[in-house]
Design a protein around this ligand. Structure first.
Ligand SMILES: [Fe+2]
Length: 258
């Protein structure tokens, strides 16, 4: 047995869908209730679907009974304020796990590199069922910002930087990629993030919106990249030394979400 996966992700692990007309919708994300939830960077989250419909963001595997990232329950107080966002999460017709709006405060490139992490989307996911991937629908207009994807955490040669204007729509295998967002600001970024189960419904949705597994990567000066890499290496070494002095293992700056 093995997981059901989308052909669309086979080559690069992500697809960029047709751009959505975000300006036509109300800014529902500004009305939602946010909860503090430490992710990669300075973040808050507004849950739309959670493990039991509560206003919280924990991984479904951290609840009792623990379960995988599927069958999310709508958080009534927030979906009542965000019918467009709920409808967009439901449009593929795929099983939905966690669904939430992230608010990310501005950061810089080196900070984003430090925040690179892999998601834990498929913990407890039974073999033979659909692999969980995540949709990212950018809500605020962050055209100079980007999501950074790397196959290899420490290899800039594997990096893709996808711009995040309002209406940008990506689906990413975030358990495969090291990823984080570089939000230039000055305003925070808002993005709808949905866990979907791979399968025929998601495949059809990707096809309908012309999922493209090759995005133009935002250009960056290699010297700038190398300086940021050096900063991250220094910071990680400092972190490891502090943890070693305390006798703790260093699992890296990995967070379950973003
Ligand atoms: Fe993430």
């Amino acid at each position: 047995m093995s997981y059901i996966r989308s052909q669309a992700f086979e080559e690069t692990g992500y697809v960029v869908l047709d751009r959505y007309d975000q300006e036509a919708d109300p800014k529902e994300w500004l009305d939602l209730e946010y909860v503090d939830w430490k992710s990669s960077g300075d973040t808050r989250f507004a849950p739309l679907a959670s493990a039991f419909g509560e206003m919280e963001c924990n991984g479904f595997w951290n609840h009792t009974p623990p379960r995988t990232d599927k069958d999310g329950v709508w958080v009534e107080a927030n979906v009542a304020k965000a019918p467009h966002l709920k409808a967009r999460a439901e449009e593929p017709g795929a099983n939905i796990g966690r669904c939430r709006v992230i608010e990310l405060q501005p950061n810089d490139y080196a900070e984003a590199l430090y925040n690179l992490h892999q998601d834990d989307n498929n913990r407890l996911n039974p073999d033979g069922t659909g692999w969980i991937v995540r949709g990212f629908f950018n809500l605020s207009d962050d055209k100079d910002s980007c999501i950074i994807l790397r196959e290899d955490r420490f290899d800039p040669e594997t990096e893709v930087r996808i711009a995040l204007p309002a209406g940008a729509q990506l689906i990413v295998d975030t358990q495969r990629f090291w990823h984080a967002v570089w939000q230039k600001g000055p305003e925070p970024r808002y993005c709808l993030i949905t866990s979907w189960e791979s399968g025929p419904a998601l495949d059809a949705y990707i096809e309908k919106y012309h999922g493209n597994p090759h995005s133009a990567s935002l250009p960056l000066d290699p010297a700038f990249v190398e300086e940021a890499q050096a900063q991250v290496r220094r910071r990680l070494a400092e972190r490891a030394a502090i943890l070693a002095a305390k006798g703790k293992a260093d699992h890296g700056p990995v967070d379950p979400e973003a």
